[in-house]
Write a protein that binds this ligand. Structure first.
Ligand SMILES: Cc1cc2nc3c(=O)[nH]c(=O)nc-3n(C[C@H](O)[C@H](O)[C@H](O)COP(=O)(O)O)c2cc1C
Length: 325
């Protein structure tokens, strides 16, 4: 299947594995890229050495394109940005800030730059800066979130820019992928869907909680403090939410709680850690390989996309799922 996104990124399937800080390493990114999608190594919170090592490992897994994500608010963002230019990764996605200071360097290194945005205004700004595409990420997503839903955000971003739009947030299967394409996207980015795949190295206890979660089992903390994050409901996130009720009195305690919170969850402390996950955790019920996820998502989206509206309604009435093994 060819879209502007597959052509731009040199991939077979327009499915991107979203960056997941402290989780998306060479094992996961390499597996997704080998399967024909685009794997992204998460550089958020990482050291330069770790990034070099993971890019090298991913390149041992596959010779297909590999991406990396820079969290621009990280204190070492400039060093990570320079390492990625030196290593000439194929794609860089960016979050939490403006990639303007690094744009020229990345372009000179032949890197495709794809910022993650949560509003049409930001998407326009990124297009003006020279971004090759944008990821429009709705508030259903796991991790740091904006206000707009994927359903409202994606068409608005598509109307605002002429570069390709990749839809993220709330997509876990071919139904979601087809819906994203109907909204104007030319590719999708999934995070939560890839958390439980075999090649993901996150602790098994984290995976188990995702597999058991229902769609209503996530919570957004930090909306009032300006750092909204969507995570699974657990002891940690419930307490964070409760403390936020009085930000002035509990600000320091909240700050302390968040120190190392993701790291704790990634290591398997599912009570006291921050288990970032999207609403589609409720749709992820099986352990699969990354290749299986990519193949099934493509097959289902293609099968549904071949139907007329009336045909879709008929399939929907029978609760037919167009899945393949
Ligand atoms: C555990 C976790 C960690 C994440 N970390 C990052 C990150 O470091 N950088 C980033 O740009 N996005 C991050 N995200 C967002 C994902 O890349 C992706 O856009 C999002 O998960 C898509 O929504 P979905 O979870 O509904 O698939 C993270 C998401 C999760 C679930």
């Amino acid at each position: 299947m060819e879209t502007r996104v597959t052509k731009l990124l040199g991939i077979e399937a327009p499915i991107i594995q979203g960056s997941m800080a402290r989780i998306a390493d060479a094992s996961l990114a390499g597996a997704v890229s080998a399967a024909g999608g685009l794997g992204i190594i998460a550089c958020g919170g990482a050291t330069e050495e770790w990034v070099r090592d993971q890019v090298a490992k991913a390149r041992q897994i596959t010779d297909r394109p590999i991406g990396a994500n820079v969290m621009l608010m990280d204190p070492n963002a400039a060093e990570i940005a320079a390492v990625l230019a030196e290593l000439r990764v194929d794609v860089v996605t960016t979050g939490a800030g403006s990639p303007a200071p690094y744009m020229e360097m990345w372009k000179e290194a032949g890197i495709k730059v794809v910022p993650v945005v949560a509003s049409p205004v930001l998407a326009k700004r990124m297009e003006r800066l020279g971004a090759d595409a944008v990821v429009a990420e709705g508030t259903e997503s796991g991790g740091h979130v904006g206000e707009l839903t994927t359903m409202a955000l994606v068409p608005a971003v598509c109307d605002a820019v002429s570069i390709p739009v990749i839809s993220a947030g709330g997509i876990a299967d071919g139904r979601g992928m087809l819906a994203a394409f109907a909204l104007g996207a030319e590719g999708v980015q999934c995070g939560t869907r890839f958390l439980t795949v075999e090649e993901c190295t996150v602790a098994d206890a984290y995976k188990e909680r995702i597999l058991k979660a229902k769609v209503s089992d996530t919570i957004v903390t930090g909306r009032d403090s300006g750092h909204p994050v969507r995570s699974l409901k657990n002891k940690f996130s419930r307490k964070a939410k409760q403390l936020e009720g009085d930000l002035a009195a509990n600000g320091e305690e909240i700050e302390q709680m968040w120190l190392g919170a993701l790291r704790r969850a990634v290591a398997g402390d599912v009570d006291n850690g921050d288990m970032m996950a999207g609403q589609v955790a409720g749709l992820v019920n099986e352990r699969k390989t990354a290749a299986c996820v990519v193949r099934e998502m493509m097959a289902e989206a293609e099968a549904l996309g071949g139907l007329s509206l009336a045909g879709l309604a008929q399939a929907n009435a029978q609760r037919t799922r167009m899945t393949v093994e």
